[in-house]
Design a binder for this molecule. Structure first.
Ligand SMILES: Nc1ncnc2c1ncn2[C@@H]1O[C@H](COP(=O)(O)OP(=O)(O)O)[C@@H](O)[C@H]1O
Ligand SMILES: [Mg+2]
Length: 254
């Protein structure tokens, strides 16, 4: 079953067509890899699908419902979560508080619920605490729970960013270069975490530069260059695709 479909997705910035009539589909419970040289339009696609910016043309269909142009909070409520290319943590605050903030953004309690400690506020507080415990365990961050987020290893910070995305029980997570800035040797924990997210039945779209990683993780790969989709298929096919090889060689020569 298809969980996400984008059709003719187009975004222009002035004269630049950052995303140009892109189509792809993601099957529920799978991992889709998105690759392409710098500036290919990968992050812009995530911005469009998560509602940060509206497309100029095209459609985004999530779980059979058209969500094109919806604001980020509505996308999140539908079940789409994302991480950013540069990790945006509250570095002075403990790891568990970073997770809680991710959760609070989605709860329904209003100010009066919290002040008066209504049953709803009390229930949500308990749920939030349980969710924090669950995500700490799932991401392997329990040992760091009380440490300021900025003080834990870079690789653990990357897992925390993924954990924050998981706090809202998403159906789809968009991971923008989840191993960016992390050395080759330290990526294994992140790769394993992404695989376990899929095992839970959560669909993953991941933008990744490290080919070895994407080849071993993704069920399908979409390749972009200059905003245009140049290949779409199983990892082996895309890896051997002439246009993909040329796009990457071009980047190395640049
Ligand atoms: N908000 C923006 N305003 C203007 N140009 C942008 C904006 N976001 C992205 N771009 C441009 O769009 C192109 C695609 O960017 P991006 O999607 O970030 O590429 P990638 O993630 O594949 O490296 C780049 O040329 C980038 O400079
Ligand atoms: Mg990017």
């Amino acid at each position: 079953m298809t969980i996400l479909r984008v059709e003719g997705l187009t975004k222009r910035f002035g004269g630049l067509v950052a995303v140009n009539k892109v189509d792809f589909e993601v099957s529920e419970g799978s991992i889709l890899g998105i690759i392409g040289p710098n500036g290919a339009g990968k992050s812009t696609i995530f911005n469009l699908v998560s509602g940060i910016i509206p497309p100029d043309e095209g459609r985004v269909v999530f779980q059979g419902k058209e969500v094109t142009g919806w604001k980020p909070y509505r996308m999140a409520r539908e079940g789409i979560a994302r991480t950013f290319q540069t990790t945006a943590l509250f570095e002075e605050l403990p790891v568990y508080v970073n997770l809680l903030i991710g959760y609070r953004m989605r709860t329904r309690s209003g100010l009066w619920d919290v002040v008066l400690q209504t049953p709803r506020a009390r229930r949500e507080k308990k749920e939030a605490a349980e969710k924090v415990m669950e995500v700490l365990a799932f991401t392997g961050l329990a040992e760091y729970a009380f440490r300021p987020a900025g003080s834990i290893p870079q690789e653990a910070q990357k897992r925390l960013a993924i954990g924050i995305a998981l706090m809202g029980n998403p159906r789809l997570v968009l991971l923008d270069e989840p191993t960016g800035g992390v050395g080759m040797e330290e990526t294994n924990g992140i790769i394993e975490l992404i695989a376990r997210i899929r095992e839970r039945g959560i669909t993953v779209c991941v933008i990744e530069h490290k080919m070895r990683m994407i080849m071993s993780l993704a069920n399908r790969i979409v390749a972009l260059n200059f905003g245009v989709k140049i290949a779409d298929g199983v990892p082996q096919e895309v890896c051997e695709d002439r246009a993909v090889i040329e796009a990457y060689l071009g980047e190395q020569h640049a």
